[in-house]
Ligand binder design. Structure first.
Ligand code: NAP
Length: 299
């Protein structure tokens, strides 16, 4: 299949590589052209704009940052929609795999539909590790027909591919994922800070907890990163703040009570406000240490 890929960051690079490994022809575009070099070396074809990508592909995937970025590459100047219109590619499938608000995904789907492009929101969970291994969890929203057209691409990127429901449903599932993972990262950081301040080795605590009900992939993987004081992103703290903001905005619109998410969102606000936004979200441990007046290990 001819697949377009837009946005070649921490997640996008390995995802586009896996599409190539899956035997697809991959047409890439990134706003910093140097990001395309490793993909081109691996056999991808470089394009000059999202519109040019749309001209070459049956399915175009975006993996950028937030809703305004998706709007820009899908609907703005030299966008996917512009390319599809110019080249008469009716029925082109556009897939956004970034994490954005469900309402924004629905609005983008409608605007694309009006311009002859079918849209699927398909955010992911599993992080950089899952993106490299091709084991992402993919949660999709859109029509069954459009989902079926994008499925061969999804099968190269993930192991757990779920068609959750209609447009925006994938992003609702992803917001749920961020509620659980946001609180999970904060919970592990709190536990480790508590252990250290109570004069117990957090590594031993992690080892003990891994065999009981407190087990989670977050305790295992993010917990190890905290013990290693490895704050290289991964998943940038400002991205997690963005995602919890999506959760809180959606809760506000619907009048929902989310006390755990609200407290977690405040911690991620403080993390970004402390100048740690570009570090991995496990840096929330550093914030807790500072708030506890702890004599922290060197960062
Ligand atoms: P990243 O490393 O910052 O990559 C984002 C890429 O998108 C960058 O290469 C950036 O280009 C490009 N981009 C952003 N806005 C753009 C625009 N308006 N036009 C063109 N290109 C644009 O972030 P990431 O970690 O790969 O995350 C990407 C998305 O996946 C986010 O929505 C994030 O929430 C989600 N996600 C991330 C993870 C994770 O563990 N990292 C896990 C699940 C989901 P530049 O390089 O020029 O800045």
């Amino acid at each position: 299949m001819e697949i377009g890929f837009i946005g070649l960051g921490i997640m996008g690079q390995p995802m586009a590589l896996n599409l190539l490994k899956g035997g697809h022809t991959v047409h890439v575009w990134a706003r910093r052209t140097e990001s395309m070099a490793p993909l081109v070396q691996a056999g991808a074809k470089a394009c000059t704009s999202p519109a040019a990508v749309a001209g070459q592909a049956d399915v175009v995937i975006s993996m950028v940052a937030d809703a305004p970025d998706v709007e820009q590459v899908m609907l703005g100047k030299a966008s996917v929609a512009e390319g599809a219109e110019r080249l008469g590619k009716l029925g082109l499938v556009a897939v956004d795999m970034s994490t954005i608000a469900p309402a924004a995904a629905r609005a983008i789907a409608e605007k694309l539909k009006a311009r002859g492009v079918d849209f699927i929101d398909a955010p992911v969970s599993g992080g950089e590790v899952g993106a490299i291994a091709g084991t992402l969890s993919i949660m999709a929203g859109g029509s069954a027909d459009t989902f079926a057209k994008a499925l061969p691409a999804f099968q190269c990127l993930g192991k757990n591919v779920v068609h959750v429901g209609t447009s925006g449903a994938g992003q609702v599932a992803k917001a749920c994922n961020q509620i659980v993972t946001g609180m999970g990262v904060l919970a592990v950081a709190e536990a480790f800070n508590f252990a250290r301040q109570a004069d117990v080795d957090p590594a031993k605590v992690r080892e003990a907890l891994l065999g009981g009900f407190a087990y989670s992939r977050i305790l295992e993987n993010h917990g190890q990163r905290m013990l290693d004081r490895n704050f290289k992103p991964g998943f940038k703290a400002w991205m997690h703040q963005k995602d919890l903001n999506i959760v809180m905005q959606t809760a506000h619109q619907r009048g929902l009570c989310l006390p755990g998410s609200a407290a977690t969102a405040q911690m991620f606000n403080a993390l970004v406000g402390s100048g740690l936004g570009e570090e991995d979200s496990v840096a929330v441990l550093k914030l807790l240490e500072r708030l506890s007046g702890a004599d922290t290990p060197a960062a």
